[in-house]
Write a protein that binds this ligand. Structure first.
Ligand SMILES: [Zn+2]
Length: 302
């Protein structure tokens, strides 16, 4: 049986005070769910190595990298990120960036690979925001092109929040197409300009969302942009039960979305690297259970 690469590192969990909005243990809880359900048997685990500051400098400002590396980020910048600073957060940020790059490299070889983290799309070149420190999506796509592993990359971002950092970092990269499908009324209030933005009205359910998704994929089809790889942000904060979402999708709707996206690119023989993106609930368990959907869909399609 062909196994799908699954990229994970035990440093991914973020230590947070009780009642913090970010479900810090969702990464290890997800692994436990995949193991207890037996889904893990369809995957082969890979452990990424931390990216160096020099590697990340292809998308991030030197002073920002230096501040993260030395733990000297200003209080104001820390507040914008929204996560309390600690050594594990520093370490996991460097590892997770390379996790998405590793997923992308493996997907080019096998057709599909899944990163059990990533999708930190609010990180800008010189500052972090919205629980995002480094922009793994921008970093992985630019690195692939610099390494001459791909000529064109599509970032397909289905997080409920706009991928503003990705859009701004890659605004001038003609070989990377940024697409964001997000709730128009949600964070960030000041939107960036992706190559393709599909705003979804607040309160949309499965039917309305999936109709817009289909429209979005057909718009991309009609461009001349044929990517060598798709990096898919399969975030679950579109769920009706999400605390930061403002949409009304069901778990079945998210499963249909993931199935639609993966089948669409598989049919065109375009490799896909998946990332997890956002998801916010009362507990890490609740959110991890929603993140499990993309792994279930991958298992059934590939
Ligand atoms: Zn989000």
């Amino acid at each position: 049986m062909k196994k799908t690469p699954l990229i994970y590192h035990r440093v991914y969990d973020i230590p947070l005070p009780d009642k913090h909005r970010f479900p810090g243990s969702k990464y290890s809880v997800l692994m436990k769910i995949l193991e207890s359900e037996g889904l893990i048997k369809s995957f082969l685990k890979y452990t990424p190595k931390p990216a160096t500051a020099a590697q990340l400098s292809i998308v991030h400002d030197q002073n920002y990298l230096q501040a993260i590396q030395s733990g000297t980020l200003s209080k104001q910048h820390q507040t914008k990120i929204g996560l309390p600073w600690n050594e594990i957060l520093r370490k996991r940020s460097f590892v997770a960036a390379n996790g998405t790059l590793l997923a992308a490299q493996l997907a080019l070889q096998t057709g599909i690979a899944c990163h059990a983290a990533g999708g930190t799309h609010h990180a800008h070149s010189d500052f972090g925001a919205g629980f995002c420190i480094f922009n793994d999506l921008a970093y992985a796509s630019r690195a692939l092109i610099e390494l001459k592993l791909a000529k064109k990359v599509l970032i397909f971002d289905c997080d409920v929040h706009q991928g503003d950092g990705t859009a701004r970092i890659l605004a001038k990269d003609k070989n990377i197409f940024t697409c964001s499908i997000h709730c128009a009324e949600n964070y960030p209030t000041k939107k960036a300009k992706s190559d393709l933005d599909i705003p979804v009205p607040r309160g949309s359910g499965d039917e309305q969302y999936l109709a817009l998704l289909i429209q979005c994929l057909s718009i991309i089809d009609r461009t001349n942009f044929i990517p060598d790889l798709v990096i898919y942000d399969a975030a679950v904060d579109v769920h009706a039960g999400d605390k930061l979402g403002l949409l009304e999708m069901t778990s079945d709707g998210i499963e249909a979305r993931d199935r639609f996206v993966l089948s669409h690119f598989k049919k065109r023989q375009i490799p896909i690297a998946t990332t997890m993106g956002g998801g916010y609930g009362e507990t890490s368990e609740e959110v991890a259970y929603r993140h499990r959907i993309i792994f279930k869909v991958v298992e059934s399609i590939f």
